[in-house]
Ligand binder design. Structure first.
Ligand SMILES: [Zn+2]
Length: 1074
């Protein structure tokens, strides 16, 4: 697989929960979203996991908290195109009469120049259901239905319902239509999410027929789900007692139950939850607290659906280039079946009154026994900013302020906190306004007990100082440019633009405010800019800091203390509850429970009958284009350096990647590479402080990032190992972009010991978070490191080995800074050279020609050859089964092997088969009956490694047994032509996944680096399209190698690992990590 250093976003309480788990291997953003090898995207994030983090500037001004990483991830996500100059094009219109005939009334209509769309708000006359119908030229069509679903307690009703309604409905009476769509549609987005006060069901596709299929399945699911008549779905997705045999212990099972156990194993999430101190619906957890979930009854669950899943309480969004009249036709068929209900009033969210006094809360969180617990406190201050909704300009100004204070490593509040040395890293900080009332929070983790108070004081004094002194004008300019650039770029990565607009609009609309308003940011932005120009930035921002933060008595301070006993205590509590339950049961009860457990399992494991499967609409193979999408690519040469050019319309933006080879890097320097990359961006030169350098990047470009990339190359022993410098700017500023890249690469000095020390402690905090939140990624990296060289390299730079390295390095920074500094210098010398360098550029033809001179100048300044001779990479971790101990309530379980070692030769059918294994065998066994939040497999066609992984899994050995049964599953498989066709179409949907222009250019670069030609892509596509049942059976032989010679790695709790080693005589080598 392709690997880049990527940080995973953590879910905080204000962010939604997803039906299908968001994998955190890559992110949604443009910088990594395109990081997929041709033909596979198994580790793609399926949802906007990270959108919960900084959600202030809905209007598209999503400003990142960690923009220092250059091409910034968050910023690019939810933005709106800022092109307002063209005249309104005409889109098919729905006349008042036509709307009336279908039962709708046209409420209002506007052309929205920001997104070049005509938007019409309709109201369904009978039920009052509101519909936003947005028409434009975007082929990536989006539909979403959103219901207001405020919970009264933390039993997780809205979340469990969100999972359950997609488990069969009136028209689609099979186990999981959702999974059938995952398998066999061309969707560009398919998921569902639960917010603290609403539930969203969005789908997207570029194929109109496919799109309407998806819409129909979703509408039927929402309004007519089977789950309200079938307690089994509630038990499966929510919770139930499991008892296999009356002699055994009872346990809790349920997908949401285990998903939430995972959430509650992460201290950042616990902190976010406690921060929601409110008497209204936000004071409880819509996702469900694992302690409360078992209090939920089926009656309450059904009642919640009856109450809130009604057209009168629904808001529906359509977006794209399809026929707007057809949208109303589809909707009227559903909506006409209902009468008006009072649900719209009963679901109203009451605002929280602001506190008159600040409050302080001290809580404990589950920590490991290792490490210095004294230094593991967390502290965070939160403000609820206002009782009433804010006007647009104030909101924009607050978002701007947020970016100024925290948006980049050079932003003062962030910088001062990190430089204070009082803590390791910031906890999720910033403005957030996706809910009724906006909030601001800031805090640190990795704080020693005696420093907690000091962090609080430093936050307050810094805010005071910022109010008194204002911001540097360069900083204001940099923030303004960053925001405007992102608006123009409107780069939502692999997330559909229409969905990002929907989420912006709904964040007001859901509170009965104007759905158009959040889409129209041009005027208020202009006004804000004018005010800053006239009155100065201080006059604009200082009063905001005073009014909303300093003089705001609604301040909630939270301190969290590590508790090494808490994880086992919670486990013991759960056990004792379950023991009591069992003790209260008669023999007949127990027999009945065992029977019910068996009944549920049987039901889960019985496949849907073919006639039920057939009712889910699907495309035909004839609907599928026979050829892959080709990216225009011209390979040339400038001063001996290979240059790839992609002539694509990019709205006047230039995207450039400069790739250097790691072939001369000394082995022992490898784990320093990620910190080397960070140092380039965040250390400064002889003439420029890092703050100045950062501001320059913000003022002149759209961002620059530097990161390593490693992958196996099929048929070669040597891995591909590169450092990529990635940047973007307006075409007219390409010269600045290349000058700045040159400055970073050649002039940055590795002299700032204190900053370097911060990087190390931040990286430790990030890795520890990754272990808890994305243990499957850590396990996968570990297995790859045993199985191939590229995997080993990647693990050295981002896996458990890296964490171990960092912990040693932290001490070394004090003892031998000279040595480290010269090592960083040595890395630079071994990378920086024309020889081995490749440049990739994406822009329109004219810009590509215009920027040639700037590029030439940049390349001329590079040394001819790297210092040091070529090295051979050959590292691997010893092959063995490993269990990595962390304090957790749920596990991550992996097993992997190299199928090329059996002589298997790559065939396109492998993609179809591995997708099928994920969506059937693993989904059914690991998730549905096993109770894990997720289970999937991944086939890396470059290395041949086939891996199985589970996510938030209550089991361990049992899951490994399921993996081992895969070969037999394939051998026993009997699929009809329709199922096969579905699997093929779904695979093509992955291969053809929708890409914005920068992602197209980037994918093309990846293919170039990994030696994947267009001929090969065409051949693989043909193989995919002609996959047969025989291919499945043949694949069984290859996949047996995982069972027979594979390695297993689990990231799990001490208790579960002990139990596994007892049951299977020391199967795992145990390694402590947290
Ligand atoms: Zn969920």
């Amino acid at each position: 697989m392709l690997r880049t250093a990527s940080c995973s976003a953590s879910l905080t309480s204000a962010s939604p929960f997803f039906r299908h788990f968001p994998l955190s291997y890559s992110s949604l953003s443009s910088s990594t979203g395109a990081l997929r090898a041709p033909g596979r995207n198994l580790r793609r994030v399926a949802s906007p996991a990270s959108t919960g983090r900084r959600v202030f500037l809905r209007r598209g001004l999503r400003v990142p908290s960690t923009a220092g990483r250059g091409v910034n991830r968050q910023l690019s996500r939810l933005s709106v195109r800022a092109v307002a100059t063209q005249p309104a094009p005409s889109y098919p219109d729905v006349g008042q009469d036509e709307a009336e005939k279908l039962g709708f009334e046209k409420v209002s209509e506007e052309f929205i120049s920001e997104c070049k769309s005509k938007a019409t708000l309709f109201k369904h006359k009978k039920t009052g259901c509101e519909v936003m119908s947005v028409s434009n030229e975007d082929e990536n069509k989006v539909f979403g239905i959103v219901l207001r679903t405020p919970p009264k307690d933390s039993t997780g009703i809205p979340h469990i319902l969100e999972h359950s309604v997609l488990c069969g409905s009136r028209k689609y009476p099979l186990k999981e239509p959702f999974v059938e769509l995952l398998k066999g549609s061309l969707h560009t987005f398919l998921n569902a999410f639960t917010y603290p006060d609403r539930t969203c069901y969005p789908v997207a596709s570029t194929n109109t027929k496919d799109f309407y299929n998806l819409v129909d399945v979703y509408l039927d699911a929402v309004f007519f789900p089977k789950c309200v008549d079938d307690v089994h779905t509630f038990q499966q997705e929510g919770w139930h007692y499991e008892l296999n045999d009356p002699s055994e212990d009872i346990s809790y099972k349920g997908v949401v139950f285990n998903e939430m156990k995972g959430v509650y194993s992460q201290p950042d999430n616990i902190l976010g939850r406690i921060a929601q101190q409110a008497n209204n619906t936000y004071g409880v957890d819509s996702g469900g607290d694992p302690k409360d979930i078992p209090n939920l009854t089926f009656e309450e669950f059904k009642d919640f659906h009856r109450k809130y899943y009604h057209p009168s309480n629904a808001r529906i969004w359509f977006y794209g280039d399809d026929d707007p009249l057809q949208r109303l036709r589809i909707l009227s068929e559903y909506l006409d079946m209902f009468e008006a209900s009072p649900s719209r009033d009963t679901s109203k969210i009451e605002p929280q009154r602001l506190f008159s006094e600040p409050i302080r809360i001290v809580e404990k969180y589950p920590a490991g026994r290792d490490g210095d617990l004294k230094k593991k406190n967390m502290v965070c201050i939160n403000w609820l900013l206002s009782e009433k909704p804010l006007d647009l300009e104030t909101q924009l100004a607050l978002g701007f302020l947020d970016h100024l204070m925290l948006g980049t490593p050079a932003s003062p509040l962030r910088k001062i906190l990190l430089e204070s040395g009082l803590g390791e890293a910031l906890v999720s900080s910033g403005m957030s306004d996706e809910l009724l009332q906006p909030q601001f929070s800031v805090g640190m983790k990795g704080v020693s007990e005696d420093n907690v108070q000091k962090v609080e004081e430093l936050i307050m004094s810094t805010l005071k100082k910022l109010a008194e002194e204002g911001f540097e004008s360069d900083a204001v300019e940099a923030s303004m440019n960053t925001i405007e650039f992102s608006l123009r770029e409107n780069n939502t990565g692999s997330f559909p633009r229409g969905l990002s607009l929907m989420l912006q609009s709904i964040a007001k609309w859901i509170y009965d405010m104007d759905p158009f308003e959040p889409l129209k940011y041009t005027e208020p932005l202009k006004a804000l800019k004018a005010r800053i120009a006239e009155e100065g930035s201080k006059a604009v921002f200082s009063p905001l800091i005073e009014q909303f933060i300093l003089n705001n008595s609604h301040r909630v301070t939270i301190e969290m203390q590590p508790d090494p006993e808490k994880a086992s205590q919670e486990e013991a509590e759960e056990k004792s509850i379950l023991e009591k339950v069992k003790a209260g049961m008669t023999e007949e009860d127990l027999a009945e429970l065992a029977r019910a457990t068996e009944e549920l399992r049987l039901k889960q494991e019985t496949p849907d009958p073919p006639e039920a499967l057939r009712c889910v609409p699907s495309l035909n193979l004839s609907d599928i284009p026979k050829e892959p999408t080709y990216v225009p690519t011209e390979v040339g040469d400038i001063n001996g350096v290979k240059v790839l050019r992609h002539d694509l319309f990019t709205n006047d933006i230039v995207y450039a990647e400069v790739v250097f080879d790691m072939g001369s890097l000394k082995h022992e320097l490898l784990p320093l590479v990620p910190l080397f990359c960070q140092s380039l961006l965040e250390m400064g030169t002889k003439d420029l402080s890092f703050v100045q350098l950062n501001q320059l990047i913000g003022r002149k470009t759209g961002g620059i990032s530097v990161y390593p990339l490693t992958s196996s190359v099929r048929g070669k022993d040597e891995p591909c190992s590169k450092i990529i410098v990635r940047g973007k700017s307006m075409a007219g500023r390409a010269d600045d972009l290349f000058n700045l890249m040159n400055c970073l690469l050649q002039e940055v000095q590795f002299t700032d010991q204190q900053r370097f020390k911060q990087f190390v402690s931040q990286s430790i905090a990030r890795m520890e978070n990754r272990l808890r939140g994305s243990g499957h990624g850590v396990a996968a990296a570990r297995m790859d490191a045993m199985l191939n060289i590229a995997g080993w390299m990647s693990e050295q730079m981002g896996g458990l080995s890296y964490l171990e390295f960092l912990r040693t390095l932290e001490k070394k920074v004090d003892e031998d800074w000279e040595g480290i500094s010269s090592s960083l210098e040595e890395i630079r010398r071994s990378l920086l050279a024309k020889n081995g360098c490749i440049v990739n550029m994406t822009a329109d033809g004219k810009s590509l020609t215009n920027i040639e001179k700037s590029l030439e100048k940049f390349l001329d300044l590079l040394p001819e050859n790297p210092s040091g001779g070529l090295v051979t990479w050959d590292g691997r971790l010893p092959l063995r089964n490993e269990a990595i101990v962390i304090p957790t309530q749920v596990n991550y379980v992996g097993k992997a092997g190299n199928i090329y070692s059996t002589g298997y030769e790559l065939d396109g059918s492998a993609y179809v088969i591995s997708k099928h294994i994920s969506n059937t065998w693993l989904w059914d066994r690991v998730r549905v009956s096993g109770g894990a939040y997720g289970g999937f497999c991944d086939f890396d066609s470059h290395s041949g490694v086939f891996s199985f992984l589970s996510y938030r899994d209550p089991n361990l050995l049992k899951t490994l047994d399921i993996y081992d049964g895969t070969g037999d599953f394939l051998r026993g498989l009997d699929v009809d032509q329709e199922t096969l066709t579905k699997a093929i179409i779904g695979t093509i949907g992955d291969v053809d996944s929708y890409q914005l222009p920068d992602a197209k250019g980037y994918s093309s670069l990846m293919r170039h680096l990994l030696g994947v030609t267009d001929e090969e892509r065409l051949r693989k596509r043909e193989e995919i399209l002609t996959t047969s049942l025989k291919d499945f059976k043949d694949f069984a032989e290859a996949i047996d190698v995982v069972r027979d010679n594979g390695v297993a790695v689990a990231v799990a709790s001490a208790e579960d690992i002990d139990a596994a080693n007892n049951a299977r005589s020391n199967f795992f080598e145990v390694k402590k990590a947290l």
